[in-house]
Ligand binder design. Structure first.
Ligand code: MRU
Length: 362
C-alpha cells in the first residue's frame, strides 16, 4: 500500500540477502522506522516483542527467519532448532507454524549445498503468495460490499473492524481491509468504524493510520461502542481477520472479537471473517477448547503509551497501583456466529464440510 504516496510493504529482504527489513510496528502511528533483522534470533525477538505482528506477517517473517538461518548453517539440526525457536515466539496464530513447516519441508530433501538459495526463494514465494491471496480476498469481499451498497441505494456502507487485519498485519493489502481498499479504489462510498482494540490499540494505532494514508473515511471508536452503533443501524457489516480457524469454523481472533460477533448476531448485522487458507488449522475441531490463547503481560493493561504534547512518546499508568490485571490476547467466536469466511477461493460457510472442501483445494 502507500505511505505518503510511496508504495511500501511490511517486510523485504536486503539485496545481498544478508538481512530482513521490517517496519517497527511498536512505534506507529507516531514514527515510521525500519528495523534490520540479521539472524534468526532477531526475527524471533521481533515476532515475540510485536515489532511485527498479525497472523500472516508473523508467518512470512518466520519464513525469512529460516532463510537467515540457512545463511549461517544449512544442517538438519540447525534448521530444526531455528524452526522450533520461531514457532515458540507466539502461540496462537497458526500461520507461524504453517510457514515454518512449509520452509522445512522444502529444504529437508535437498542436499545442504542447495538449501540456502532454496530457502530464500521459498521465503520470497510465501511473501508473494500472501500478497496475491489477500488481493483475491479483496476481490471476493468487494462483491459483498457492492451487494450491500446496492441495497443501500448508494448511501455509504458502514463497515466495522476490530484490531488490525490491515496491510500491516500481512505483507500487503491486509485481509479484512483488502475488500475495503478495493471498494474505495472502485469509488464505492464507504466508512469504517475502527475499534481501538485495547490493550495494545492496534485499531487506533495501526488500522486508523493505514486507512488515513489510503484516504478511506473512518472513525475510531472505543471498543465498547460497537454494540450501541449496531442497535442504531449504523453498522452494515463487520469484517475482521483471524489468527486460527478450526476445522468446524470456530474463529480465533484478537480479544473482543467474540463480543462484536454476539452484538452483530443480536442485531442481524452480517459478521464476516477474512481468512487466508494458511490460517485454517484442520487439526483442531473445537476452537474454544483446543486453540491456545496467548496470555500477555499485565503491563499492557495497566499502562498505555501515547504521544505527549511535547511530541515525545511516553507510557503512563492507567490502573491503580496494586490492582491485578489479566491480559488474554485472543478469543474464539463460535462458527454459529460467523456469516461467512472470505477466502482467496471465495466466500464459504463456517462449517466443517465447506472447510474440508476448501482445505482440499489449498
Ligand atoms: O496480537 P496481534 O496484533 O498479532 O493480533 C492480530 C490480530 O488479531 C489480527 O486480527 C489477525 O492476526 C488477523 S491479521 C490479518
Amino acid at each position: 500500500m502507500r505511505v505518503d504516496g510511496r508504495a511500501m510493504r511490511t517486510l523485504w529482504a536486503t539485496p545481498g540477502r544478508d538481512a530482513l527489513e521490517v517496519i517497527d510496528q511498536r512505534l506507529l502511528p507516531h514514527r515510521l522506522q525500519v528495523e534490520r533483522l540479521a539472524d534468526v534470533a532477531a526475527v524471533r525477538d521481533a515476532i515475540r516483542d510485536m515489532v511485527v505482528r498479525g497472523a500472516p506477517l508473523i508467518g512470512a517473517s518466520a519464513a525469512y527467519g529460516i532463510a537467515l538461518q540457512a545463511n549461517a548453517d544449512t544442517g538438519d539440526a540447525a534448521l530444526r532448532e531455528a524452526g522450533a525457536m520461531l514457532k515458540a515466539a507466539r502461540p496462537t496464530a497458526v500461520n507461524l507454524a504453517w510457514a515454518v513447516e512449509r520452509m522445512l519441508a522444502r529444504l529437508r530433501p535437498l542436499p545442504p549445498g542447495q538449501r540456502r538459495d532454496a530457502a530464500w526463494a521459498e521465503a520470497e514465494a510465501i511473501a508473494e503468495e500472501d500478497v496475491a491471496v489477500n488481493a483475491a480476498i479483496g476481490r471476493h469481499g468487494l462483491a459483498l460490499l457492492q451487494e450491500m451498497a446496492a441495497r443501500k441505494g448508494g448511501a455509504p456502507v458502514n463497515v466495522l473492524t476490530h484490531c488490525n487485519a490491515g496491510w500491516l498485519a500481512t505483507v500487503d493489502w491486509g485481509t479484512a481491509t483488502a475488500p475495503i481498499y478495493q471498494a474505495h479504489a472502485a469509488g464505492l462510498p464507504l466508512h469504517v468504524w475502527v475499534d481501538e482494540t485495547r490493550p495494545r490499540n492496534q485499531g487506533a494505532s495501526l488500522t486508523a493510520w493505514e486507512l488515513g494514508h489510503e484516504g478511506v473515511p473512518h472513525t475510531v471508536i472505543a471498543d465498547n461502542a460497537g454494540g450501541h452503533l449496531m442497535q442504531h443501524g449504523r453498522v452494515d457489516l463487520v469484517i475482521v481477520g483471524c489468527d486460527r480457524v478450526s476445522a468446524r469454523g470456530d474463529v480465533c481472533n484478537k480479544i473482543g472479537t467474540y463480543l462484536k460477533a454476539l452484538a452483530a448476531h443480536d442485531n442481524g448485522v452480517p459478521f464476516h471473517v477474512a481468512m487466508p487458507c494458511s490460517t485454517l488449522d484442520p487439526s483442531l475441531s473445537d476452537g474454544l477448547a483446543e486453540i491456545p490463547i496467548e496470555e500477555r503481560s499485565a503491563r499492557e493493561v495497566t499502562h498505555i503509551a501515547g504521544r505527549a504534547a511535547s511530541g515525545e512518546v511516553i507510557e503512563v499508568q492507567v490502573v491503580a497501583a496494586g490492582s491485578a490485571a489479566a491480559n488474554p490476547a485472543f478469543d474464539v467466536t463460535p462458527a454459529r456466529l460467523v456469516s461467512g469466511l472470505i477466502t482467496e477461493h471465495g466466500v464459504v460457510a463456517a462449517e466443517e464440510g465447506a472447510l474440508r472442501r476448501l482445505g482440499a483445494r489449498a
